[in-house]
Design a protein around this ligand. Structure first.
Ligand code: SF4
Length: 498
């Protein structure tokens, strides 16, 4: 269907409608405004709408009025407050502080997006002195919320610094009184009961990688000192059992596991999802391969086209919806984030999908040598030999220099959808976002060219799929989608300030 088929341009009444973008979805025209409302119109309804050929009392007029599409009916105060709410992340500052505690790792995952080195390279560990400066720097954020996330390499390989950061940040927070939390991304291979007790006692949230059944997981997550899949499952169950012993709600508190999707995963979507359900997981985040680091060089064996990924994604979410209908409560995480934006009028502040993007003003990455990057992805670009996303270092820069500096300003401009020609007129603009590091890595420009960007193709494909599902959803399916948008706070992971 072409727009020219259903719009008579001579009849358009420009001041009747609030500004909107549009896209053909199935046999309908989807329209969306900057406040997050959307509607599906038949071609004749759309023609009546743009011609202003509807009046109060008409079903269509009342439907569009309720969704803020009729200019003369707009309640400015209400719209301003909704816009403010949607962009509330702009009133904080960087919330996510990714500490790369070491570049050492004992796994050799084929798709690894980090710059890993062998376990003997202790010189790549973050020292306690650098960690202290990094914590001091991170605490200058103007955000009242703050997560310190431990990454690597395998961050538990530098256990001494991890412990130091937790204890030092807790101490500082007695004065700063921020809503502070910690997260550890680990492959569990260096976990011990003693370490786990420290993490549990200090309320450190645990995240891991689980690529699916044993053969799929072990095929790409190469580990020569044991069975990576067995170790991962053993610790997932152990941690979840400890949460139950502590009286925490098992629906809310469990290890967050994520699969990375390779070519081997594509035909096995049911097995992957079943495997997650079997481990008691309530969410699966189907992650596409990164263009960063080693993944670029192994793309030929593990890679796929975005269209192949989208087919996998649609099959997976269709299957997840079917499981929900059978009473199994599991969700796909990216779909849940997007649905939050579309039907719950929330912005969950997912840093990879917001406008302006999360680089610098939402997150910062701290390298073991004290360098500060726009994000963990910015740090990965540096590991590939290009320091463009380096903001400075913990020794010589202050927070104000970095947050107001040229790199930050450039990244904010480059990650604002309204500044991208294709995004500015895209129906998904209000729900979508940019990652300049991805644009730079894949297209050589911070801005990227959305018309042939795999970033855009992936997100537009998923939004198209969700729009199609929303347009045709039964009452039962809408209830499932609404359930996915319920966000319960994990207060247990918030540190005490006394
Ligand atoms: S990146 Fe693509 S899908 Fe997202 S807003 Fe821009 S044009 Fe639309």
């Amino acid at each position: 269907m072409q727009y020219a088929d259903f719009i008579d341009i001579n009849t358009v009444k420009p001041d009747f409608a609030m500004p909107f973008n549009m896209r053909v979805v199935d046999d309908a025209i989807m329209i969306a405004n900057d406040f997050g409302d959307f509607a599906f119109l038949t071609p004749s309804e759309f023609q009546s709408f743009v011609a202003g050929d509807i009046a109060p009392g008409d079903e269509l007029y009342e439907r569009l009025k309720a969704k803020s599409f009729i200019a003369s009916e707009a309640d400015d105060n209400e719209l301003v407050s909704r816009y403010f709410q949607r962009k509330s992340f702009l009133h904080a500052g960087p919330t996510l502080h990714a500490f790369v505690l070491t570049e050492r790792c004992n796994h050799g995952c084929q798709y690894c997006h980090s710059s890993i080195v062998g376990m003997s390279r202790m010189d790549t560990d973050m020292t306690v002195e650098v960690a202290r400066r990094a914590v001091d720097f991170a605490f200058q954020t103007t955000s009242p919320w703050m997560t310190i996330e431990f990454q690597g390499g395998e961050p538990t390989a530098n256990w001494e610094t991890l412990q130091f950061v937790v204890e030092y940040a807790q101490e500082k927070n007695k004065i700063a009184k921020k809503e502070l939390s910690f997260a550890l991304v680990t492959n569990f291979s260096l976990m011990t009961d003693e370490r786990l007790e420290f993490l549990i006692a200090n309320r450190v949230q645990l995240c891991t990688s689980l690529d699916g059944p044993a053969d799929l997981h072990n095929k790409t997550r190469i580990f020569h000192d044991g069975n990576s899949h067995e170790i991962t499952l053993e610790w997932i169950h152990k941690v979840n059992a400890r949460y139950i012993e502590l009286g925490l709600d098992p629906i809310l508190y469990r290890v967050e596991a994520l699969p990375t999707i390779t070519r081997h995963s594509l035909p096995r979507y049911r097995e992957i999802i079943d495997h997650y359900v079997d481990q008691g997981c309530r969410a699966v985040f189907l992650r596409v391969l990164d263009p960063f680091g080693f993944a670029a060089s192994t793309r030929r064996t593990l890679g796929y086209t975005i269209d192949e990924f989208l087919e996998f994604y649609r099959n997976s979410v269709d299957y997840i919806i079917e499981l929900n209908k059978q009473g199994v409560e599991v969700m796909e995480r990216l779909a849940a984030i997007m649905l939050n934006k579309m039907i719950a009028h929330n912005d969950p502040n997912y840093l990879d999908l917001r406008s302006p993007g999360g680089a610098v003003i939402g997150q910062m990455g701290y390298h073991p040598d004290g360098s500060i990057y726009s994000s963990d992805e910015g740090r990965m670009v540096a590991a590939m030999g290009d320091d463009i996303f380096r903001l400075g270092d913990t020794e010589n820069q202050n927070y104000g220099d970095i947050i107001g500096g040229d790199v930050a300003r450039s990244l904010i401009l480059a990650s604002t959808n309204d500044g991208h020609p294709r995004c500015a007129s895209c129906v998904y603009k209000v729900y979508c976002g940019q990652q300049p590091e991805y644009n730079y890595k894949t297209q050589g420009s911070l801005f990227g060219r959305m018309v042939d960007s795999t970033w855009c193709r992936k997100h537009m494909g998923i939004f198209d799929y969700l729009s199609h599902r929303l347009k045709n959803a039964t009452k039962e399916e809408m209830e499932i989608f609404e359930r996915w948008t319920i966000n319960r706070r994990q207060d247990h992971f918030v540190q005490d300030t006394e």
